[in-house]
Design a binder for this molecule. Structure first.
Ligand code: GRF
Length: 228
């Protein structure tokens, strides 16, 4: 079978970069439909950038503080993405709001991961928000990026339980483990055109052995014994 050309992906980070690492590791598989062609950080000191460099990946520190405006910063970013012939952009803990014109330019080709079951708990301090709301189930979402922060069409989600003595940190750890599985599968889906931007919703083309694990429902809390 002839393999389609791998999509060239730029991952944008600002810090630790554990989701970027999950994407890099997944992309090492020969049949993964995307390659991580570039890692960009707006913070030169981001630990994730050092990790990517040590892996021999193409990296770039684009310090936003050195640009007089958001537009100038994005102009430089756009040039770099074009020079690197980037097909898809994956935001992974990229803590910089983008202007509508930049986002619209990448519409359907830029995705993000957020540590909640969107549309709940947008923005920062997600796990604090989830605990304050008393939800019993939380999770993570991969979505296409639109000018509305954390508001774009949903591509994939994973759910985890919230446990009675969770702190924002313990919940974050449980969600992060799910993020590291979800993001590579969601990116692969987009790279294979199995999830495509259609405007307000995402059309997800199902293939054999794909779909959802419909047999499993997550209950939280779960009854301590059989019955009710
Ligand atoms: C993740 O929880 C991600 O969902 C959110 O920011 C965090 C980044 O972590 N957008 P890392 O840099 O990928 O380790």
């Amino acid at each position: 079978m002839i393999q389609a050309r791998k999509k060239r992906v730029a991952v944008l980070i600002s810090g630790r970069g554990s989701n970027m690492q999950a994407l890099v590791e997944a992309a090492r598989a020969p049949d993964y439909p995307a390659e991580i062609a570039l890692v960009v950080s707006n913070r030169p000191e981001a630990p994730g950038l050092a990790w990517a460099k040590a892996q021999g990946l193409a990296t770039l520190a684009l310090n936003h503080k050195l640009y007089e405006s958001r537009e100038h910063f994005e102009g430089q970013l756009q040039s770099v993405l074009e020079l690197s012939r980037i097909d898809l952009v994956a935001l992974a803990g990229f803590l910089r709001l983008m202007t509508a014109p930049f986002v619209e330019r990448w519409q359907g080709r830029m995705i993000n991961i957020h540590p909640s079951l969107l549309p709940a708990f947008k923005g920062l301090h997600t796990h604090e928000q989830a605990l304050a709301a008393g939800v019993r189930i939380s999770g993570c979402t991969v979505h296409f990026v639109t000018p509305e922060m954390d508001g774009g069409p949903i591509i994939a989600q994973a759910a985890v339980p919230v446990l009675p003595d969770d702190t924002p940190e313990t919940l974050a750890d449980r969600v992060l483990a799910a993020e590291h599985k979800l993001y590579p599968t969601a990116l692969a889906r987009v790279a294979r055109d199995q999830a495509a931007w259609t405007g307000d919703v995402v059309s997800v083309q199902l293939v054999e052995n794909a779909g959802v694990n419909q047999e499993q429902a997550l209950f939280s809390p779960w009854p301590p014994r059989a019955g009710y």
